[in-house]
Design a protein around this ligand. Sequence first.
Ligand code: NI
Length: 137
Amino acid sequence: MSRNTAVNSTPVALATALASFEDLWSPRIVTRVNDYDVRVAKVAGEHLWHAHDDTDEFFLVIEGELRISLREEGTERTVALPRGSAFTVPKGVEHRPYAPSGASILLFEPTGTLTVGDRHEEIPAHVDVTTGHVLDV
Ligand code: NI
């Protein structure tokens, strides 16, 4: 897969990266590690139910609290991730992130991974369908 941005050659302060945009559910690519993106996003309210068929998805909460509902083997559960928490959604598992009071998060996932996954419910207007945007800092 071709790269749509170069790996940053200078350090990136995550606070600066997060201060550079306001869009919700619209990740910015901070840097790349081999074939993976490190992305940051601001989130509030609900994302949507979706699944990534071919990859796990890593979450780290930088500010606020993120919750992720998961559907596994016919049951549904929700994990709460306060600031500083890390969690990986296994590939193929339907999940719905949400943040009632807002949060800033870091995502680690293969370059080209769509925010809405490979399977998803109807996409609400507030959700950005993207493989991540160039960080402009
Ligand atoms: Ni996902």
